[in-house]
Design a protein around this ligand. Structure first.
Ligand code: SF4
Ligand code: SF4
Length: 449
């Protein structure tokens, strides 16, 4: 019996310790509800130790609890190698950048470009007329208007626009000699030092490239896939700025991280050009490639239900920068991680919390010959134009978005490696953080501004 008693004490102590770590972590993250629940559960769990004082007639209770713990643990933590792997769907076709919402939003009514577009795509006319009546991004009449954060965001986006002139350049030097591994190591280390969270390299595929440009002076141009390789990286969106989404901090953070990604990408592109190889940076407002697809193929993450790249470190809480180039580089072989797809099929939290009901609660469906999730971008973008921000509610509520620390990293790692744990991870996230939660307060320094 002594073994059962020791095991029982170990289970209770470990559970109470996990709750204590949860309590401290939640306090540091300013998640008061989660901290309170963890704190209240500590005495509840610890009170089970009183069972040890019961007379020997009740020892069966302790033995049953031990067996339940052992069975539950061995069921939840069966490694993924014992499960059938989901099959990855291969992307097909190219996206015409003129059809994306940002491009359509830039069309000026009455202009030749405007008339031509709706002649070619009449199916977009009615919905686009509706969103043109809305206030617009960073507009004074939008729901979450705050003068200081809105003006700051506008200023940052202007600086990002200023980087557009540096996205490419003419190669004037002979190619520098060096091995692909040497170039790769240098660029990856540099990108990380400059602030990237993760960096990868992939060969570019046909479907990475837009077919026709849709922004600025690239409008209507056929895009030629010129480069064999893509260097792609992510930068972190600050948790404290994301959690109040869709309030004004989210758009300021998006702008800041687009700028950081833009600075890293343009520097690297210019460096490669200096080394005598063609290169082009792809940054906010100036892409020739679909950045999440490139990042996915470089194994930086997977595309989740909400259509964003979900990385193992930060889930969707990131922005992406890309540099395409002909510099010889070692490309990664694609390794599909099916845990995101499986987790998303159980979670649906982004769909439940989306204020525009733009995220599907259904299973993946067949779109252009590929089974995938697709958000309703008309609904999403219309919400942005009335909110005045880029919303980000899906990002802020996603269970993968928690900060990178011991507790959340262990949970993310367990989600990846133990399929049976995923359902319970969703339930735990719902219990501690709420299934449908209220956006956090703006950071102190942004309130009353
Ligand atoms: S909230 Fe849930 S369903 Fe949505 S992307 Fe994140 S993990 Fe997937
Ligand atoms: S950004 Fe907002 S509106 Fe758009 S899909 Fe996410 S939650 Fe919905």
């Amino acid at each position: 019996m002594i073994y059962f008693q020791v095991l029982f004490i170990a289970f209770i102590v470990v559970t109470a310790l996990i709750l204590a770590i949860m309590f401290i972590t939640s306090l540091l993250e300013r998640r008061k509800n989660a901290a309170t629940k963890a704190l209240l559960l500590i005495p509840v769990i610890s009170s089970f130790l009183l069972l040890l004082r019961l007379p020997p007639d009740f020892y069966w209770l302790i033995i049953s609890i031990d067996i339940t713990f052992l069975l539950a643990g061995s069921y939840l933590f069966i490694p993924r190698m014992f499960f059938r792997k989901l099959k990855e769907e291969t992307a097909k076709g190219n996206i015409d950048e003129r059809t994306i919402m940002f491009s359509r939003n830039e069309l000026k009514p009455g202009s030749e470009r405007f008339e031509k577009y709706y002649e070619e795509f009449p199916q977009h006319k009615d919905s686009d007329e509706q969103f043109r009546k809305l206030p617009g991004l960073l507009h004074k009449k939008s729901t979450f208007y705050k003068p200081l954060p809105y003006n700051a965001s506008d200023a940052i986006f202007k600086v990002v626009d200023g980087l557009h002139q540096h996205v490419d350049g003419k190669v004037e030097n002979p190619p520098l000699k060096g091995s692909p591994e040497q170039f790769s190591r240098f660029v990856k280390k540099w990108a990380k030092k400059a602030g990237a969270t993760s960096v990868g390299i992939t060969e570019t595929k046909g479907y990475h490239w837009y077919s026709i440009g849709g922004r600025g002076d690239r409008y209507g141009e056929t895009i030629q896939p010129r480069h064999k390789y893509a260097i792609v990286f992510t930068v972190e969106m600050d948790h404290e700025m994301v959690m109040p989404a869709p309030k004004s901090s989210i758009i300021m953070e998006s702008a800041s991280q687009y700028l950081n990604a833009g600075i890293i990408a343009t520097q690297i592109a210019q460096f490669i050009i200096n080394c005598g190889y063609e290169a082009r940076a792809h940054i906010d407002g100036n892409y020739q490639v679909v950045a999440p697809l490139v990042a996915r193929d470089a194994n930086l993450g997977e595309i989740g239900r909400m259509g964003l790249l979900m990385t193992p470190e930060l889930g969707p809480r990131n922005r992406i920068g890309v540099i395409t180039t002909n510099m010889p580089l070692p490309a990664a072989e694609r390794q599909y991680d099916d845990s995101v797809e499986d987790f998303c099929s159980k979670c649906l939290k982004c769909a439940v919390n989306c204020p525009a009901t733009a995220i599907s609660k259904e299973d993946k469906s067949l779109i252009n010959g590929v089974k995938r999730w697709q958000i309703n971008s008309d609904k999403c973008f219309s919400y942005w134009l009335s909110a005045g921000t880029d919303c980000g509610r899906c990002m802020s509520t996603c269970p993968y978005s928690h900060p990178s620390n011991l507790m959340h990293n262990v949970v993310r790692w367990s989600i990846r490696n133990f399929p049976n744990f995923r359902y319970w991870a969703v339930k735990m996230d719902d219990f501690f953080y709420g299934r449908k939660s209220i956006p956090a307060k703006l950071p102190d320094w942004m309130q009353n501004n």
